[in-house]
Design a binder for this molecule. Structure first.
Ligand SMILES: NC(=O)c1ccc[n+]([C@@H]2O[C@H](COP(=O)([O-])OP(=O)(O)OC[C@H]3O[C@@H](n4cnc5c(N)ncnc54)[C@H](OP(=O)(O)O)[C@@H]3O)[C@@H](O)[C@H]2O)c1
Ligand SMILES: *[C@@H]1O[C@H](CO)[C@@H](O)[C@H](O)[C@H]1NC(C)=O
Length: 341
């Protein structure tokens, strides 16, 4: 049987680890990158895997540097790993149009798109810009944490081995259950992708109902905004009755209550408390050890994807206003974050 062909758009932390896992699953992996990334891809990739403290080498891929090169190619899956700010800018938009054309022009017309970008309601935006049909695009997300040890040094916790870690271009940990998730908005694509991903033997992909996935993900960024304002405290140390934490939890509840999250969202907003929210995040940090998730978040959400996160929160405000809601807590939270950064 021919190997499944996968195009990964973006070769950053998520793109590289996903590419490696899909390579282990037997896929033929192609990266689409911007020209300045090519040099780094000319050498084998060194990847540190926290789960077994060892360095992996990944060199079985090809790459393209011009989006027009995907036209005329057949892919089983296209996995998009750009962050929300990069995807929604002019270059990203034009890239999405090219992806739409490539899928429409392919002979099989069965290419499944996994949209791994974090952003409020991003799948609707993507369908509109790409012109692709509903049943070909599914939302995807990473529960893996991946970063470049050359960009940031995180505090070490046993049994992490600093020697191989220092040689890695990307490091990742996969210990929150399914390492990858997709929603069920395009069931054929979701099932086929999960099946391929699972056959990697090192990580699994779960399928979650759309409303539940959005409800889980969308409010998180209000909490990271509070963390930035509080200078990234431990969740176990947070004063849950402090003003900023209360504001952030109120903002998270406003997001949970958006109509897009259905009845499930109303229930979540009613049952979420300052304490339960802090506990949920403290629990994630504990599970992610030996990766220092607090330092990871400071680097990732406090810097690298900060623009994405803030724009996402603004989009939540816009959506809420569109349905006649005041969104007062979220607006105030965004105002404060933007006045600091
Ligand atoms: N890393 C994680 O652990 C993690 C976990 C959960 C969710 N996520 C989410 O996953 C998404 C990606 O995160 P990440 O950590 O992988 O970010 P990242 O390391 O910055 O990777 C994104 C990559 O996209 C590339 N890119 C941007 N514009 C492009 C374009 N027009 N064409 C081709 N490539 C382009 C960037 O390449 P250059 O800038 O080098 O050109 C960058 O390498 C974000 O939405 C993030 O919130 C990440
Ligand atoms: C992939 O593995 C996960 C975790 O074991 C499982 O829940 C899921 O049903 C599998 N999916 C497919 C399509 O095989």
């Amino acid at each position: 049987m021919a190997k499944p062909r996968v195009l990964i758009v973006g070769a950053g932390a998520m793109g590289m680890v996903t590419g490696y896992i899909l390579h282990l699953a037997g896929a033929e992996v192609t990266f689409l990158v911007r020209p300045h990334r090519a040099e780094a891809l000319n050498h084998p990739q060194t990847l540190y895997y926290y789960n077994d403290n060892s360095l992996k080498e990944f060199k079985e891929y090809v790459y393209l540097t011009d989006p027009s090169q995907i036209l005329g190619n057949e892919y089983d899956f296209i996995v998009i790993t750009l962050d929300g700010a990069a995807l929604k800018c002019e270059t990203g938009r034009s890239l999405v149009k090219t992806i739409g054309s490539a899928v429409r022009q392919s002979n099989s017309k069965r290419t499944g798109v996994i949209l791994g970008t974090v952003f409020f309601n991003v799948r609707s935006w993507f369908l509109e810009v790409s012109g692709l049909p509903e049943d070909s695009v599914t939302l995807g997300w990473f529960t893996i944490r991946a970063y470049s040890p050359t960009a940031v040094t995180l505090p070490l916790h046993p049994p992490t081995d600093p020697e191989p870690l220092s040689k890695a271009r990307i490091a990742w940990i996969d210990n929150l259950g399914d390492g990858f998730g997709v929603d069920d908005s395009a069931p054929r694509v979701a099932n086929a992708f999960a099946k391929l991903y699972n056959s990697s033997g090192v990580s699994t992909c779960g399928i979650t109902p759309t409303a539940q996935a959005g409800l889980y993900m969308n409010p998180i960024f209000a909490i990271y905004a509070a963390c930035a304002l509080l200078d990234w405290p431990r969740f176990t140390d947070i004063d849950t009755q402090g003003e900023i934490w209360r504001l952030a939890v109120a903002a998270a509840k406003e997001i949970q209550s958006l109509s897009i999250h259905g009845e499930l969202g109303q229930h979540a907003a009613q049952s979420t408390t300052e304490t339960s929210m802090a506990e949920r995040f403290a629990d994630i940090d504990a599970k992610l050890l030996p990766l220092d998730n607090r330092a990871f978040n400071r680097y990732h959400h406090g810097g690298k994807v900060n623009e994405q996160d803030t724009k996402h929160l603004r989009a939540c405000v816009g959506f809420g206003k569109g349905e006649g809601k005041d969104m007062a807590a979220l607006r105030e939270l965004v105002r404060r974050v933007e006045s600091v950064f």
